[in-house]
Design a protein around this ligand. Structure first.
Ligand SMILES: [Zn+2]
Length: 371
């Protein structure tokens, strides 16, 4: 009477789920399918991780830092190295591994095994996950988080970290989502940019909220964030992301731009009234009202309260969905023509909210002063 179903949750396959909430999940007998416990141990395979310290470090970053920072009580734990010769789906072991492209259902894939049957009561829940990566994909797992390596900034590699977050959230057991800027859409453009030219992957508000729905809230996480990326469309069940724009406030048109190693650089004039779009997220487990958000002109990518403040607004930041919105600002008159500056945003710039992480509070668009 035991019927075990198999879910192949691939990059490229959509789940046949009812889309009730912002995030998507699957149900069985009217209840959400999920793990019965809040901490799941996953073992790195010897063949893939055992001989590569950088890859092992990348996995530690992904799980211990990036994934487990999510807003929910759901966490992964890295188990001891798994020495199985072959990865078998359905052997009761949670494994993470690399294999040739033909053996993985996409660049990366979550194989989820779950029960859903009725025998004088529902037997349900996720029983096992295996997360596979194609060794034929050009992954960036170098532990340096160099933006110039990855496609969002014109590089040739795909971040292992954001793909892993996507697959681990599948395993938790969420589906794809195309209505919001989120990691269950296009993961390799769901990133923060740091002050030193690095990128930072993260779970994000929408997916974090999905995990909160399934596993409960982590009240200890307080974290607000901003990103230069926004959702621009939907593609096969995935949200498509690109740079937030700077528009001329007078006519609403996007100003001229070109892509650079620091992101999309917009051409503006001194005294010009512009509208600059960023995405704002509450990636912690607590709601915050009336958060102060400041806008700055900076000489470098480090946006701080030491920079020149050119505007501000207040936002209610509840844990719901990411909010991409434009803000009208005036480019100062005394900037130097021909120079590049950074038009930045700093969320919680009076530090009134005590946050677990502050590195993700800033985002910026490079601007060049053309007249
Ligand atoms: Zn997926």
């Amino acid at each position: 009477m035991r019927i075990t179903t198999y879910g192949f949750v691939a990059l490229g396959l959509m789940m046949s789920t009812s889309w009730v909430h912002a995030y998507s999940y699957r149900t069985c007998g009217g209840s959400a399918q999920k793990f019965s416990r809040n901490t799941v141990t996953i073992a790195p395979s010897q063949a893939s991780f055992g001989s590569d310290d950088r890859l092992m470090a990348a996995l530690r970053y992904t799980i211990n830092i990036f994934f487990n920072r999510n807003a929910s009580n759901f966490d992964y734990r890295i188990g001891s190295i798994d020495r199985s010769r072959r990865i078998r789906h359905g052997d009761g072991k949670n494994q993470i591994y690399f294999a040739r492209r033909g053996d993985i259902c996409g660049p990366a894939c979550a194989y989820v095994q779950k029960d859903c049957y009725w025998f004088f009561g529902w037997e349900r829940g996720v029983k096992e996950i295996d997360v596979g990566f194609s060794s034929d994909t050009r992954w960036d797992f170098g532990n340096r988080f160099r933006r110039t390596n990855v496609s969002a900034w014109g590089g040739r590699f795909r971040p292992f970290y954001s793909a892993a977050l996507h697959e681990l959230a599948h395993s938790g057991y969420l589906g794809h989502e195309d209505r919001f800027y989120n990691v269950m859409g296009e993961d390799f453009t769901h990133l923060h940019a740091t002050v030193n030219g690095e990128y930072i992957p993260y779970v994000g508000e929408d997916t974090g909220r999905g995990l909160v729905y399934l596993y409960g809230r982590d009240n200890g996480q307080t974290d607000l964030a901003a990103s230069p990326f926004v959702r621009v469309g939907s593609n096969g069940g995935y949200s498509d992301h690109s740079w937030g724009q700077i528009r001329d406030a007078a006519n609403g048109r996007v100003v001229r731009w070109r892509n650079t190693a620091d992101g999309r650089r917009f051409e503006v004039a001194r005294g010009q009234r512009v509208n600059a779009t960023f995405t704002y997220e509450n990636v912690g487990g607590t709601n915050h009202r009336n958060v102060r958000v400041g806008f700055y002109i900076s000489n470098d990518m480090n946006i701080s309260t030491q920079d020149r403040r050119i505007g501000g607004r207040r936002m209610n930041m509840n844990l719901d969905t990411p909010w991409s919105t434009g803000t009208s600002l005036t480019i100062p008159n005394n900037l130097q023509v021909g120079r590049t500056y950074y038009l930045g945003v700093l969320v919680n710039d009076n530090y009134r909210v005590s946050e677990s992480w502050l590195h993700n509070n800033q985002a910026y668009h490079p601007i060049r002063i053309v007249r």
